[in-house]
Design a protein around this ligand. Structure first.
Ligand SMILES: [Mn+2]
Length: 432
């Protein structure tokens, strides 16, 4: 084995995810999962390949043009086949060698490996005896794109050739499975979170008024990549001044000024898994009294949210209780009146004027990881906790976000090495 940037997840983990999936499916099912496409830019350019998370979850293979076929027999017995982009000398010279069949077996635990030119033959064979075909259609509730994925394109071609086959969606099954993390996944997530927090703490002493948001991005990128992350797990948000109130600000093109707050919403990826953290700090290293008051309010809500994230709690109810707590803080800050809050005591939607998003999303291979409708918290799930208060009229936005693992009696902060308290932030920014 080569020396790798990532500590690999053992193949037995991927064997176990396929076993679990097979145990949920009726006899005579065929599972088909494709890699994501390599998307074009212009001329001969392409975007960096980003693997389909479900294929990663079931095989560990991070390579384009990969397909997994699983034929499900009685009692969850299954026969798995992997199709790979055939490597050759030209690819080896221009792009670097692709996986050999042997390497693909070592990663995934699948012994039956073919080149992808056999795709049509193998899928036609498998479909012959299949009663149901489970294919992935990404139905994430917030997905918005008019570009088809490879899975979506290939299922159309498949249905044209097999019009009488019943195609079912894999997505809800994998969403439920992926919500609870396996031990090897937790190891990768812990590493992604550690890099995310450590890298941030390392750049804090260098932040000064007059610095470009992009310069902070460059410093972070350096700290992440040298810690073996391949890239940011999503486009980093480094927003100063008024842009702290723009929830998904990603241009990072301003110079921060004395008296500004700077909101970082950043994450390092590791082994395909995503860290996701937000911290808000004063550009000059010292919070003003008002900035501190808003910061402490968000931190109080954050601590409350962490305290009620317990196994068995419905997420929707948790979100509602956090809004109730948020309303109290907003009254103290003079943002809402007691009367306004009392009118909606059970679920004060008036908080949405200054807090527009939800407090938590699941985290894993995807930053906004898959999740069933109406989830209930359980041991082994990983969630973000990220309340925020955004006051555009004061050019002042604060978001505080940690990633947590749910244990039987409460949550564990997976990013303990990034400062949360005002005094810790100010001390680190002084370089102490
Ligand atoms: Mn987040």
């Amino acid at each position: 084995m080569k020396t790798l940037r990532y500590t690999p997840v053992p193949a037995c983990f991927y064997q176990s995810t396929r076993d679990s999936l097979a145990s949920l499916l009726p006899e005579g099912s065929l599972v088909v999962v494709h890699a994501n496409d390599v998307y074009p830019t212009n001329a001969d350019g392409t975007m960096q390949h980003h693997q389909n998370a479900d294929l990663h979850y079931l095989t560990g293979i991070d390579q384009e043009e990969t397909t997994l076929l699983m034929c499900i027999d009685k009692n969850g017995q299954h026969t798995d086949t992997l199709l790979l982009r055939e490597t050759n000398e030209r690819i080896a010279v221009w792009e670097g060698a692709r996986l050999t069949m042997q390497e693909a077996t070592e990663i995934s635990g699948i012994r039956d490996v073919h080149w992808s030119r056999e795709y049509q033959t193998l899928i036609a064979q498998a479909a012959q005896s299949a009663r149901y075909v489970y294919w992935e259609r990404d139905t994430h509730p917030r997905r918005y794109t008019d570009v088809q994925t490879r899975n979506e394109r290939m299922v159309e071609a498949f249905l044209a050739n097999h019009p009488n086959t019943e195609v079912r969606n894999l997505y809800p099954l994998l969403a439920r499975m992926r919500l609870v993390k396996g031990e090897p996944e937790l190891a990768q997530l812990r590493r992604a979170c550690k890099i995310t927090g450590e890298g941030f703490a390392a750049i804090l002493p260098h932040i000064k008024p007059g610095m470009g948001e992009w310069e902070m991005e460059a410093l972070l990128s350096c700290e992440y990549i040298r810690r073996r992350s391949r890239k940011f797990s999503f486009l980093p948000i480094i927003a100063s001044g008024a842009d702290t109130c723009v929830l998904h600000y990603i241009s990072n093109h301003k110079v921060c000024k004395d008296g500004d707050l700077i909101l970082f919403d950043i994450g390092a990826e590791y082994g395909g898994y995503a860290g996701d953290m937000s911290r808000t700090v004063p550009a000059n290293g010292k919070f003003s009294p008002r900035q501190k008051a808003v910061y402490e309010a968000v931190l109080a809500v954050h601590r409350y949210a962490a305290s009620i994230m317990l196994p068995g709690v419905r997420k929707a109810d948790y979100e509602r209780r956090v809004r109730v707590r948020m309303a109290q803080e907003m009254v103290k800050l003079g943002l809402l009146t007691v009367e306004e809050v009392q009118r909606e005591a059970n679920d004060p939607s008036c908080v949405r004027r200054y807090y527009m998003h939800s407090v938590s999303h699941s985290l894993g291979l995807d930053v906004h990881d898959v999740c069933p409708n109406d989830p209930v918290f359980a041991v082994g799930q990983v969630w973000t906790i990220e309340p925020g208060i955004y006051i555009p009229e004061e050019n002042l936005g604060v978001r505080i976000e940690t990633d947590v693992l749910i244990h039987p009696n409460g949550v564990e902060d997976l990013i303990p090495n990034a400062p949360l308290e005002v005094t810790d932030i100010e001390r680190l920014m002084r370089g102490e």
